[in-house]
Design a protein around this ligand. Structure first.
Ligand SMILES: [Zn+2]
Length: 281
């Protein structure tokens, strides 16, 4: 993936090095092992709030706004700027989210966030939260791809939740979940929301080059690397890995095949109108 020449200005707030306030004991490793199947790739915004508020410490942290100079920081900054450029052309009144880089744990508008939750989006403060060490966890423990594009897909998926927040889809899904007759029904709405975020990541990928004059662009083999990650984090694959069984009623993000399919659909169409995972799953 080409990205080094892309524009800066992705709205990054860098909290790395501040330390994790009030981090629950047990060490990051054990928490990751315990929660990875549930949290990987950010749980949907409606449940994020309930779960992380358990860890709320009430302490607000503020990092350095601007432009991180290390490679990983630059990567997130440039990719985020490009994703914003793509969505600004597609969603009327688009406003970029904040992008917060942190380590271990940090305060968020949805309560206390910690890296074991994976990357996530908080609708209350319109922010994407990323602990970059989680990428390594995904790669070593889950078999996700380490390619730049595969990581950018993770970022773009979280921006997809931001788009859903702006368009009102998240609110509608939340209301539908509250009136759902069963947990399985509520989970089906969650799956549709997550697959749409995957599709939106594909829409970004399809438009990245055009929005940057070719400076941020996929190269041969990149889409396949994104699909390796999409496959690794499907509910069926994660369940099998953690429990040995597959229980479809518990799916919240979609199967590996579905995640690959919707990433591809977004990429092939380049058009969010082709991401109707609710009416046309
Ligand atoms: Zn998600």
């Amino acid at each position: 993936m080409l990205w080094e020449g892309g524009r800066r200005g992705g709205g990054v707030e860098d909290r790395r090095g501040l330390g994790g306030v009030g981090l629950a004991g047990g060490g990051i490793g054990t928490i990751v092992v315990a929660l990875i199947g549930y949290f990987v790739f950010g749980i949907d915004p409606t449940t994020t709030q309930q779960v992380i508020s358990q860890f709320d410490t009430g302490t607000q942290q503020e990092g350095k706004a601007g432009t991180p100079e290390d490679r990983a920081g630059r990567f997130v900054d440039i990719v985020s700027a490009n994703i914003n450029d793509v969505w600004a052309a597609k969603v009327r009144g688009y406003a970029p989210p904040r992008v917060v880089l942190y380590e271990q744990g940090t305060s968020t508008g949805c309560g206390f966030g910690q890296s074991a939750m994976g990357p996530f989006y908080c609708p209350n403060d319109s922010a994407v939260y990323l602990d970059l060490s989680f990428w390594r966890e995904m790669e070593t423990r889950l078999g996700a791809s380490g390619a730049d594009f595969a990581r950018a897909y993770v970022v773009a998926h979280e921006f997809g939740h931001h788009v859903q927040n702006l368009t009102g889809v998240s609110k509608k899904v939340q209301a539908a979940q509250q009136s759902a007759g069963s947990a399985a029904q509520a989970n089906r709405y969650s799956v549709a929301l997550e697959l749409q975020a995957d599709c939106y990541a594909g829409v970004w990928a399809a438009n990245a080059a055009a929005a940057s004059g070719g400076k941020v662009a996929l190269e041969a083999g990149d889409l396949e690397q994104g699909m390796v990650t999409a496959k690794a984090i499907g509910d069926d694959t994660l369940q099998k890995r953690s429990t040995g069984n597959v229980t479809p009623e518990g799916f919240t993000h979609g199967t590996s095949a579905q995640r690959v399919e919707w990433l591809k659909k977004g990429y092939q169409s380049g058009d969010p109108a082709h991401c109707d995972t609710f009416g046309n799953p």
